[in-house]
Design a protein. Structure first.
Length: 410
């Protein structure tokens, strides 16, 4: 079984490049050249130097003592939250900005949900002196305002998308529209393992540094490259793809993902794509997608702006189909409780997205003496408003009431 793309950009049945004619030349050019560009020794040298000296890699692998005690196993956190700009997104943004430069592009566009990809993109554009436009849903502009301020200070133009659920999907639609209108000078810097081929493969390769480091770090600490399980959250799936990458063919390592169950998978307000999704086409690739019986894309919901997306990367759709990946739906409340648990036990405030991965822990059976690695994809600074709102509410209501009555309005 293969977990890499074929030459048309398919992982099994999923992937490909479903794009309008106007973008054909652009995408074709990228498809024909990306492998050669990114594997060239001079590119790799520049990329690795930036990862190390600019982004602060390798990110540490932290043994979480008190969290481990609580769950009776060995829990390690891969600390992507410690990267420059506060998440794993910088790994990909640095890689793609070098690709854009190589292709002679002068203008960079991007979409963003939680704002982490927007910040990472605005950052690398400042670094490389390139024009930057970031599309963001109106709801996300509101709930992730610290990141909007950062993007603006970094010199990016932030364009608000007012259509649909006013979240990531809608920002992506706007970015694609821009690209269609400016195919010549503009490079679309996609923030996850989504979009038309070659983006899913290219982004997975840039994020694969996470599992490359993990193998070495675990060898150092546990005398093995292999944990029993690896946990990560999935929005589009890039931090998961990165931490899974070098383990995909290694069946001894169980791969587990958290997806956003919002207010519950039966509530009509979730982003639980693996459970609710069917095969469809979104943003240029064939994948699992939440949709109505007649194929209209369902408006997704999650408290976490980075997971609020109705699709999933084609690699993950394939992994799920082949039963290589287990997915747990994690609700808003479960994520919030997991965030509080990590904060009080370890002194680490996680991003709401990462808190979904932590939310898997109480659901795992028989984890005695296992080594579990969790992708701590980002830090929680951007989510303080949501956390404060929740904890104020939680104080006043007993736990049993919470699941039922806590209607979080971002
Ligand atoms: C964007 C984001 C995610 C979700 O994106 P993936 O591509 O699925 O990794 C998760 N965590 C954080 C901190 C993010 O910023």
């Amino acid at each position: 079984m293969s977990f890499t793309t074929d030459q048309n950009g398919y992982y099994g049945n999923y992937g490909g490049a479903y794009i309008p004619e106007m973008l054909h030349q652009n995408i074709q050019q990228l498809q024909d050249n990306y492998q050669e560009i990114i594997s060239h020794p001079s590119f790799q040298k520049e990329y690795k130097t930036l990862l190390q000296d600019y982004a602060g890699r390798p990110s540490s692998l932290y043994f979480a003592t008190r969290l481990s005690d609580k769950y009776g196993c060995k829990i390690y956190l891969k600390r992507e939250d410690l990267n420059h700009t506060g998440s794993h997104k910088i790994n990909n943004a640095l890689g793609q900005i070098l690709v854009a430069k190589h292709m002679g592009k002068k203008r960079i566009i991007a979409e963003t949900g939680a704002g982490q990809h927007g910040v990472a993109t605005a950052t690398v554009c400042a670094l490389m002196d390139l024009e930057c436009v970031v599309y963001m849903g109106a709801l996300d502009v509101k709930r992730q305002s610290p990141n909007v301020a950062r993007m603006k200070m970094l010199g990016a133009k932030v364009v608000t998308a007012h259509s649909g659920s006013q979240t990531l999907k809608d920002a992506t639609n706007e970015a694609i529209r821009d690209w269609i209108n400016n195919p010549e000078d503009t490079y679309y810097l996609i923030g996850s393992v989504v979009g038309p081929h070659p983006y899913p493969d290219m982004v997975a390769k840039f994020q694969s540094i996470i599992s490359e480091e993990l193998q070495e770090q675990l060898m150092d600490k546990e005398a093995t490259t292999d944990p029993h399980r690896i946990l990560a959250c999935i929005g589009g799936g890039s931090n998961a793809a990165g931490i899974f990458y070098h383990y995909l063919d290694n069946k001894k390592v169980q791969l587990i993902a958290a997806e956003a169950a919002g207010k519950g998978i039966d509530s009509g307000e979730s982003a639980a794509t693996s459970i609710l999704g069917r095969d469809g086409i979104i943003h240029g690739s064939k994948t699992l997608l939440m949709q109505t019986p007649d194929g209209q894309i369902t408006e997704p919901y999650s408290i976490s702006a980075g997971l609020d997306y109705p699709g999933i990367g084609p690699l993950h759709a394939h992994l799920i189909k082949e039963k290589r990946l287990d997915v747990y739906p994690i609700t808003d409340i479960e994520a919030l409780e997991a965030a509080m648990e990590l904060t009080s036990l370890e002194g680490i405030i996680p991003a709401l997205e990462s808190a979904h991965a932590l939310g898997i822990l109480p659901k795992l059976e028989s984890k005695k003496n296992e080594i579990i690695v969790i992708s701590l994809s980002g830090r929680g600074d951007k989510d303080m408003e949501a956390y404060q709102k929740y904890f104020k509410y939680a104080k006043k209501h007993p736990h049993e009431d919470l699941e039922k009555s806590f209607l979080f309005v971002p």
